[in-house]
Design a binder for this molecule. Structure first.
Ligand code: GYE
Length: 338
Protein backbone atom coordinates (compact mmCIF):
# COMPACT_ATOMS: atom_id res chain seq x y z
CA UNK A 1 0.00 0.00 0.00
CA UNK A 2 2.76 2.40 1.08
CA UNK A 3 4.40 1.75 -2.28
CA UNK A 4 1.38 3.22 -4.11
CA UNK A 5 0.58 6.16 -1.76
CA UNK A 6 4.05 7.78 -1.81
CA UNK A 7 4.41 8.09 -5.64
CA UNK A 8 0.79 9.28 -5.86
CA UNK A 9 1.46 12.02 -3.27
CA UNK A 10 4.63 13.12 -5.09
CA UNK A 11 2.76 13.26 -8.42
CA UNK A 12 -0.12 15.27 -6.92
CA UNK A 13 2.31 17.74 -5.34
CA UNK A 14 4.14 18.12 -8.66
CA UNK A 15 0.88 18.82 -10.54
CA UNK A 16 -0.16 21.37 -7.91
CA UNK A 17 3.21 23.15 -8.11
CA UNK A 18 3.09 23.30 -11.93
CA UNK A 19 -0.44 24.73 -11.83
CA UNK A 20 0.66 27.34 -9.31
CA UNK A 21 3.61 28.43 -11.48
CA UNK A 22 1.42 28.58 -14.59
CA UNK A 23 -1.12 30.86 -12.92
CA UNK A 24 1.34 32.88 -10.82
CA UNK A 25 1.59 35.79 -13.32
CA UNK A 26 -2.18 35.96 -13.41
CA UNK A 27 -2.41 36.29 -9.62
CA UNK A 28 0.38 38.85 -9.49
CA UNK A 29 -0.85 41.14 -12.24
CA UNK A 30 -3.37 43.86 -11.52
CA UNK A 31 -6.98 43.66 -12.58
CA UNK A 32 -8.40 46.36 -14.86
CA UNK A 33 -10.13 48.00 -11.90
CA UNK A 34 -6.85 49.01 -10.37
CA UNK A 35 -4.90 52.16 -11.29
CA UNK A 36 -2.28 51.99 -14.02
CA UNK A 37 -1.35 49.26 -16.45
CA UNK A 38 -0.32 45.67 -16.17
CA UNK A 39 3.46 45.35 -16.12
CA UNK A 40 3.67 42.13 -14.12
CA UNK A 41 5.24 42.76 -10.74
CA UNK A 42 7.49 45.64 -11.86
CA UNK A 43 6.19 49.10 -11.06
CA UNK A 44 6.45 51.59 -13.94
CA UNK A 45 6.97 55.27 -13.18
CA UNK A 46 6.75 57.97 -15.84
CA UNK A 47 8.83 61.00 -14.87
CA UNK A 48 8.59 64.24 -16.88
CA UNK A 49 11.61 66.30 -15.89
CA UNK A 50 11.30 69.95 -16.84
CA UNK A 51 14.73 70.44 -18.35
CA UNK A 52 18.47 70.55 -17.76
CA UNK A 53 18.78 74.28 -17.05
CA UNK A 54 20.98 74.09 -13.95
CA UNK A 55 23.43 71.96 -11.99
CA UNK A 56 20.64 71.53 -9.45
CA UNK A 57 18.40 70.06 -12.15
CA UNK A 58 21.08 67.56 -13.23
CA UNK A 59 21.44 66.45 -9.60
CA UNK A 60 17.66 66.09 -9.36
CA UNK A 61 17.53 63.90 -12.51
CA UNK A 62 20.43 61.81 -11.27
CA UNK A 63 18.75 61.35 -7.89
CA UNK A 64 15.53 60.08 -9.53
CA UNK A 65 17.38 57.72 -11.90
CA UNK A 66 19.57 56.19 -9.19
CA UNK A 67 16.68 55.75 -6.80
CA UNK A 68 14.52 54.05 -9.45
CA UNK A 69 17.33 51.58 -10.05
CA UNK A 70 17.78 50.98 -6.34
CA UNK A 71 14.05 50.31 -5.85
CA UNK A 72 13.77 48.12 -8.96
CA UNK A 73 11.23 50.53 -10.47
CA UNK A 74 11.06 50.81 -14.26
CA UNK A 75 11.55 54.47 -15.11
CA UNK A 76 10.29 56.21 -18.23
CA UNK A 77 12.21 59.49 -18.14
CA UNK A 78 11.54 62.48 -20.40
CA UNK A 79 13.38 65.81 -20.45
CA UNK A 80 11.07 68.65 -21.56
CA UNK A 81 13.76 71.27 -22.33
CA UNK A 82 11.98 73.90 -20.19
CA UNK A 83 8.86 73.78 -22.38
CA UNK A 84 5.44 73.16 -20.89
CA UNK A 85 4.08 71.68 -24.13
CA UNK A 86 6.86 69.06 -24.07
CA UNK A 87 5.98 68.15 -20.50
CA UNK A 88 2.31 67.82 -21.39
CA UNK A 89 3.26 65.62 -24.35
CA UNK A 90 5.41 63.42 -22.09
CA UNK A 91 2.60 63.06 -19.55
CA UNK A 92 0.18 62.09 -22.35
CA UNK A 93 2.60 59.43 -23.56
CA UNK A 94 2.84 58.03 -20.01
CA UNK A 95 -0.97 57.87 -19.88
CA UNK A 96 -1.00 56.06 -23.25
CA UNK A 97 1.54 53.56 -21.89
CA UNK A 98 -0.64 53.11 -18.83
CA UNK A 99 2.21 53.54 -16.38
CA UNK A 100 1.47 52.91 -12.70
CA UNK A 101 2.39 56.38 -11.45
CA UNK A 102 3.26 59.70 -13.10
CA UNK A 103 5.62 62.20 -11.48
CA UNK A 104 6.65 65.53 -12.90
CA UNK A 105 8.39 68.80 -12.02
CA UNK A 106 6.03 71.44 -13.44
CA UNK A 107 8.00 74.13 -15.26
CA UNK A 108 5.30 76.73 -14.49
CA UNK A 109 2.38 76.77 -12.07
CA UNK A 110 -0.64 77.04 -14.38
CA UNK A 111 -2.04 75.19 -17.39
CA UNK A 112 -2.02 71.60 -16.12
CA UNK A 113 -5.72 70.92 -15.49
CA UNK A 114 -6.58 69.24 -18.81
CA UNK A 115 -3.73 66.75 -18.89
CA UNK A 116 -4.10 65.93 -15.19
CA UNK A 117 -7.84 65.34 -15.65
CA UNK A 118 -6.89 62.86 -18.40
CA UNK A 119 -4.58 61.07 -15.96
CA UNK A 120 -7.31 61.04 -13.32
CA UNK A 121 -9.79 59.55 -15.80
CA UNK A 122 -7.33 56.72 -16.40
CA UNK A 123 -6.90 56.39 -12.63
CA UNK A 124 -3.16 56.98 -12.81
CA UNK A 125 -1.94 58.79 -9.67
CA UNK A 126 0.28 61.84 -10.07
CA UNK A 127 3.03 63.15 -7.79
CA UNK A 128 4.36 66.69 -8.13
CA UNK A 129 8.10 66.77 -7.61
CA UNK A 130 10.08 69.93 -6.83
CA UNK A 131 7.62 72.59 -8.10
CA UNK A 132 3.96 73.23 -7.38
CA UNK A 133 0.92 73.94 -9.56
CA UNK A 134 -2.14 76.15 -9.25
CA UNK A 135 -5.43 74.45 -9.87
CA UNK A 136 -9.06 74.77 -8.84
CA UNK A 137 -9.38 71.00 -8.57
CA UNK A 138 -8.29 69.52 -5.27
CA UNK A 139 -7.79 65.97 -6.50
CA UNK A 140 -5.51 66.21 -9.53
CA UNK A 141 -2.43 65.03 -7.71
CA UNK A 142 -1.74 62.72 -4.80
CA UNK A 143 1.20 64.48 -3.23
CA UNK A 144 3.80 67.22 -3.54
CA UNK A 145 7.43 66.44 -2.75
CA UNK A 146 9.89 69.31 -2.63
CA UNK A 147 10.94 72.49 -0.86
CA UNK A 148 9.29 75.40 0.91
CA UNK A 149 10.32 78.22 -1.45
CA UNK A 150 8.89 81.07 0.62
CA UNK A 151 10.95 79.83 3.54
CA UNK A 152 14.07 79.80 1.36
CA UNK A 153 13.46 83.42 0.30
CA UNK A 154 12.79 84.31 3.94
CA UNK A 155 16.10 82.80 5.04
CA UNK A 156 17.92 84.82 2.37
CA UNK A 157 16.17 88.05 3.41
CA UNK A 158 16.69 87.55 7.13
CA UNK A 159 20.38 86.80 6.64
CA UNK A 160 20.71 90.01 4.65
CA UNK A 161 19.01 92.17 7.26
CA UNK A 162 21.41 90.80 9.87
CA UNK A 163 24.41 91.34 7.61
CA UNK A 164 23.56 95.05 7.28
CA UNK A 165 22.28 95.47 10.84
CA UNK A 166 25.22 97.54 12.06
CA UNK A 167 25.42 99.79 8.99
CA UNK A 168 23.70 103.01 8.06
CA UNK A 169 22.35 104.25 4.73
CA UNK A 170 20.27 102.67 1.99
CA UNK A 171 20.91 99.14 0.77
CA UNK A 172 20.38 98.74 -2.96
CA UNK A 173 19.36 95.24 -3.93
CA UNK A 174 19.24 93.60 -7.34
CA UNK A 175 17.19 90.46 -7.80
CA UNK A 176 17.86 87.84 -10.47
CA UNK A 177 14.58 85.96 -10.69
CA UNK A 178 14.10 82.40 -11.83
CA UNK A 179 11.70 81.37 -14.59
CA UNK A 180 8.62 83.58 -14.54
CA UNK A 181 5.46 81.69 -13.61
CA UNK A 182 7.42 78.98 -11.76
CA UNK A 183 6.61 78.30 -8.10
CA UNK A 184 10.19 78.73 -6.77
CA UNK A 185 10.40 82.16 -8.42
CA UNK A 186 7.17 83.23 -6.80
CA UNK A 187 7.94 81.72 -3.38
CA UNK A 188 11.52 82.94 -3.13
CA UNK A 189 10.58 86.43 -4.31
CA UNK A 190 7.71 86.73 -1.84
CA UNK A 191 9.61 85.23 1.09
CA UNK A 192 12.53 87.58 0.51
CA UNK A 193 10.34 90.69 0.23
CA UNK A 194 8.43 89.78 3.35
CA UNK A 195 11.68 89.35 5.33
CA UNK A 196 13.13 92.73 4.32
CA UNK A 197 9.87 94.69 4.49
CA UNK A 198 10.32 95.86 8.08
CA UNK A 199 13.30 98.11 7.21
CA UNK A 200 12.79 100.95 4.72
CA UNK A 201 16.54 101.12 4.05
CA UNK A 202 16.28 98.02 1.90
CA UNK A 203 15.02 98.51 -1.61
CA UNK A 204 14.97 96.25 -4.64
CA UNK A 205 16.16 98.66 -7.31
CA UNK A 206 16.03 96.16 -10.16
CA UNK A 207 14.54 92.70 -10.72
CA UNK A 208 15.09 90.66 -13.90
CA UNK A 209 14.60 87.04 -14.87
CA UNK A 210 17.62 84.90 -15.71
CA UNK A 211 15.48 81.76 -16.17
CA UNK A 212 17.54 79.80 -13.60
CA UNK A 213 20.40 79.58 -16.14
CA UNK A 214 24.05 80.44 -15.72
CA UNK A 215 24.36 81.88 -19.24
CA UNK A 216 21.36 84.14 -18.68
CA UNK A 217 22.67 85.16 -15.25
CA UNK A 218 25.88 86.23 -16.96
CA UNK A 219 24.15 88.18 -19.74
CA UNK A 220 21.46 89.78 -17.59
CA UNK A 221 24.05 90.95 -15.05
CA UNK A 222 25.98 92.64 -17.84
CA UNK A 223 23.11 95.06 -18.53
CA UNK A 224 22.24 95.50 -14.85
CA UNK A 225 25.80 96.46 -13.86
CA UNK A 226 26.04 98.93 -16.75
CA UNK A 227 22.91 100.68 -15.58
CA UNK A 228 22.98 100.37 -11.80
CA UNK A 229 26.59 99.98 -10.71
CA UNK A 230 28.56 103.08 -11.64
CA UNK A 231 30.05 104.08 -8.24
CA UNK A 232 31.77 107.25 -9.50
CA UNK A 233 28.35 108.52 -10.64
CA UNK A 234 26.83 107.62 -7.28
CA UNK A 235 25.02 104.53 -8.55
CA UNK A 236 25.80 101.42 -6.58
CA UNK A 237 24.53 97.89 -6.10
CA UNK A 238 25.06 96.58 -2.54
CA UNK A 239 23.40 93.17 -2.78
CA UNK A 240 22.58 90.62 -5.42
CA UNK A 241 19.86 88.13 -4.53
CA UNK A 242 19.86 85.38 -7.16
CA UNK A 243 17.06 82.80 -7.10
CA UNK A 244 19.57 80.05 -7.84
CA UNK A 245 23.29 79.28 -7.76
CA UNK A 246 23.76 79.04 -11.51
CA UNK A 247 22.53 82.59 -12.10
CA UNK A 248 24.63 83.83 -9.16
CA UNK A 249 27.72 82.14 -10.60
CA UNK A 250 27.04 83.60 -14.04
CA UNK A 251 26.77 87.05 -12.40
CA UNK A 252 30.06 86.39 -10.55
CA UNK A 253 31.80 85.85 -13.91
CA UNK A 254 30.40 89.12 -15.25
CA UNK A 255 31.45 91.05 -12.15
CA UNK A 256 34.98 89.66 -12.33
CA UNK A 257 35.27 90.53 -16.02
CA UNK A 258 34.45 94.15 -15.04
CA UNK A 259 36.92 94.30 -12.14
CA UNK A 260 34.23 94.07 -9.46
CA UNK A 261 35.04 91.73 -6.55
CA UNK A 262 32.01 89.44 -6.04
CA UNK A 263 31.28 88.84 -2.38
CA UNK A 264 33.23 91.96 -1.36
CA UNK A 265 32.13 94.88 -3.55
CA UNK A 266 28.68 93.35 -3.92
CA UNK A 267 27.21 90.95 -1.34
CA UNK A 268 25.78 87.88 -3.08
CA UNK A 269 23.05 85.59 -1.79
CA UNK A 270 21.82 82.60 -3.75
CA UNK A 271 19.72 79.48 -3.36
CA UNK A 272 20.40 75.74 -3.98
CA UNK A 273 23.82 75.03 -2.39
CA UNK A 274 25.13 72.96 -5.26
CA UNK A 275 28.77 71.87 -5.25
CA UNK A 276 30.15 74.78 -7.34
CA UNK A 277 28.32 77.36 -5.18
CA UNK A 278 29.70 75.93 -1.97
CA UNK A 279 33.17 76.17 -3.52
CA UNK A 280 32.51 79.82 -4.44
CA UNK A 281 31.30 80.43 -0.88
CA UNK A 282 34.53 78.94 0.49
CA UNK A 283 36.47 81.29 -1.82
CA UNK A 284 34.53 84.30 -0.56
CA UNK A 285 32.79 84.99 -3.90
CA UNK A 286 29.34 84.24 -2.50
CA UNK A 287 28.28 85.34 0.98
CA UNK A 288 25.21 83.25 1.75
CA UNK A 289 23.82 80.14 0.09
CA UNK A 290 20.38 78.88 1.11
CA UNK A 291 19.98 75.15 0.67
CA UNK A 292 17.38 73.62 -1.65
CA UNK A 293 17.73 69.87 -1.86
CA UNK A 294 17.48 68.07 -5.21
CA UNK A 295 18.02 64.68 -3.53
CA UNK A 296 14.41 63.54 -3.34
CA UNK A 297 14.69 60.42 -5.54
CA UNK A 298 14.44 57.82 -2.78
CA UNK A 299 11.56 59.58 -1.05
CA UNK A 300 9.77 59.67 -4.41
CA UNK A 301 10.21 55.92 -4.92
CA UNK A 302 8.80 55.27 -1.42
CA UNK A 303 5.73 57.31 -2.36
CA UNK A 304 5.38 55.43 -5.66
CA UNK A 305 5.52 52.06 -3.90
CA UNK A 306 3.01 53.26 -1.30
CA UNK A 307 0.60 54.48 -3.98
CA UNK A 308 0.77 51.24 -5.92
CA UNK A 309 0.21 49.29 -2.68
CA UNK A 310 -2.85 51.41 -1.97
CA UNK A 311 -1.35 53.01 1.16
CA UNK A 312 -2.24 56.57 2.15
CA UNK A 313 0.48 59.14 1.55
CA UNK A 314 0.91 62.70 2.89
CA UNK A 315 -0.40 65.53 0.69
CA UNK A 316 2.87 67.44 0.92
CA UNK A 317 6.37 66.49 1.99
CA UNK A 318 8.99 69.20 2.46
CA UNK A 319 12.73 68.59 2.49
CA UNK A 320 14.72 69.53 5.58
CA UNK A 321 16.99 72.35 4.53
CA UNK A 322 19.56 74.65 6.03
CA UNK A 323 21.80 77.49 4.85
CA UNK A 324 25.52 78.14 4.56
CA UNK A 325 27.22 81.48 5.06
CA UNK A 326 30.56 83.23 4.86
CA UNK A 327 30.93 82.62 8.60
CA UNK A 328 31.02 78.83 8.17
CA UNK A 329 34.54 77.41 8.08
CA UNK A 330 35.11 76.02 4.52
CA UNK A 331 35.96 72.56 5.86
CA UNK A 332 32.52 72.36 7.50
CA UNK A 333 30.70 72.72 4.16
CA UNK A 334 29.07 69.48 2.96
CA UNK A 335 30.26 67.32 0.04
CA UNK A 336 27.62 66.94 -2.65
CA UNK A 337 27.17 63.42 -4.10
CA UNK A 338 26.41 64.73 -7.62
O1 GYE B 1 16.46 76.14 -7.49
C1 GYE B 1 16.97 75.79 -9.76
C2 GYE B 1 16.33 74.95 -10.79
O2 GYE B 1 12.76 74.21 -9.10
C3 GYE B 1 13.80 74.29 -7.01
O3 GYE B 1 14.98 74.97 -10.44
C4 GYE B 1 13.97 74.18 -8.46
C5 GYE B 1 14.85 75.23 -9.06
C6 GYE B 1 16.28 75.29 -8.56
O4 GYE B 1 16.65 75.19 -12.05
O5 GYE B 1 18.35 75.69 -9.72
Amino acid sequence: MKKIILPALVATAAILLCTLFLYMPFFMSRTSDEPGGDYGSKIVLGFAQLGAESEWRSASSESVKRAAEKYGIELMFENAQQKQENQIKAIRSFIAHRVDVIAFAPVVETGWDNVLIEAREERIPVILVDRRIQTEFGDLYASFLGSDFADEGGKAGRWMTQKFAGTSGDVNIVELRGTDGASPTKGRGEGFREAISSDARFSIICSESGDFMRSKGRETMEGILGEHHVPNEGRRIDVLFAHNDDMALGAVETMESRGIAPGRDIVIISVDAQRSALEALAEGKLNCVVECSPYVGERLMELVVALVSGDAIPQAIFSDETMFTEDDPPESLPERPY
